[in-house]
Design a protein around this ligand. Structure first.
Ligand SMILES: Cc1ncc(COP(=O)(O)O)c(C=O)c1O
Length: 373
């Protein structure tokens, strides 16, 4: 049975009757730039994320770049971030004029290890970027006081974690709402995906929100007047319309992913050569990925490919080992947990439309692989 890693066609089939009229309405009005849907989406996502402001922009990458630009980094200014993440996390630091300082992860959650973050802080540290990898939040209750104590900014890269929650006192904190800024991506394969690129920045800092709104429009709040040099980084009205139509489904989709994850956990419990993902008890994840650790990972990946079972390695090479960051002087052995994860992780198909039969096919293939001599 062919099981895709993600089935956006199935998703579209189930909601086309809702999305298409929303898109048609934009076409009828021909209001493609900063149309009403953009601010509507900002309001809804600010509400969902419990942030005072949401500022839409062109991608999850720009969502990181804009607040980093607002920090006005000087050459040599450092930003602590994980190496075990998508390239944009550190690429944005570089493009904002800063130096990424890569710190190792907690091997259970794959998120920044707060103790190692503390050890990496220097007088040049200006910010920490906590990535909520695979849809599970980092230990914000430890990172936030650390950032505050050192007077540095805390940015949450919540590209993979829209709507994920973490226990906080008697309630919950929502991904992207804890730090100075939180960033989202609407890349099509994300849990809330557009029909192209898109991103958003969450913040409860009024001044930052105002600055970000300027930075995304060439640095000018008023047309043809520029307080600073900014970017062309708007979210298309068409994308906002698609996202607004999809948004009411997001909570149900996340629940569907959690259900599929729980079923995998049960089905794989007696397969000792596969370690299922561990959720920190404080977290309610959204399973952007269901990432196992597997013995003989590369052979398993090839075996699954041959059986048309979708799978992927996020991430095969940590950012500290990328040629573009070689000048930072890190090498193999610098970040042991990141490097171990690089060799062991494998993401299995997890999406709300995944059927029990498809999931059984994935599990059967895993069992068949480990039965081989
Ligand atoms: C952790 C992380 N950060 C940043 C990004 C960048 O988002 P985008 O692809 O929308 O630019 C992504 C997704 O691609 C991501 O997974």
């Amino acid at each position: 049975m062919n099981v895709p890693l993600l089935d956006l066609v199935a998703q579209h089939r189930s909601i086309a009757h809702e999305v298409m009229p929303a898109v048609q309405a934009v076409l009828d009005r021909q209001a493609f730039i900063m149309g009403a849907e953009v601010s509507q989406l900002e309001e809804r996502i600010a509400e969902l994320s419990r942030a005072a402001h949401a500022v839409a922009c062109a991608s999850g990458t720009d969502a990181l770049l804009l607040p980093l630009k607002a920090l006005e980094l000087a050459p040599g200014d450092e930003v602590i971030c994980p190496s075990f993440t998508f390239f944009a996390t550190a690429g944005a630091v570089h493009n904002a004029g800063g130096t990424p300082v890569f710190v190792d992860i907690d091997p259970v959650t794959y998120n920044l290890d707060p103790q190692l973050v503390e050890a990496a802080i220097t007088p040049r540290t200006r910010a920490i970027i906590a990535v909520h990898l695979f849809g599970q939040m980092a230990a914000m209750e430890r990172l936030a006081p650390l950032a505050e104590r050192h007077g540095i900014a805390l940015i949450e890269d919540a590209a993979q974690a829209i709507g994920a929650r973490r226990k906080s006192g008697d309630g919950w904190s929502v991904a992207g709402s804890v730090g100075w800024a939180g960033t989202l991506s609407f890349f099509p394969s994300k849990n809330l995906g557009a029909w192209g690129d898109g991103g958003m920045i969450l913040t409860s800092d009024d001044k930052l929100a105002e600055r970000l709104r300027r930075l995304r429009l060439h640095g000018g709040a008023k047309q043809y007047h520029h307080e600073e040099v900014g970017f062309n980084s708007r979210l298309d009205t068409l994308q906002a319309a698609v996202l607004l139509a999809k948004l009411p489904h997001l909570a149900g989709w996340s629940e569907g992913r959690r259900r599929a994850a729980a079923r995998y956990d049960a089905l794989l419990a007696d397969l000792p050569r596969v370690r299922t993902p561990q959720v920190d008890p404080a977290n309610e994840p959204i399973f952007h990925q269901y990432t196992i650790r597997a013995e003989r990972r590369d052979d398993l990946r090839e075996f699954l490919r041959q059986r048309e079972i979708g799978c992927a390695v996020y991430y095969p090479v940590g950012l500290h080992l990328q040629p573009c960051f070689a000048h930072l002087g890190m090498r193999r052995g610098s970040l042991p947990e990141t490097e171990r994860a690089m060799g062991e992780v494998l993401a299995l198909p997890v999406f709300p439309e995944l059927s029990a039969a498809q999931q059984d096919a994935v599990v059967d293939a895993l069992r068949a692989f480990y039965r081989q001599p």
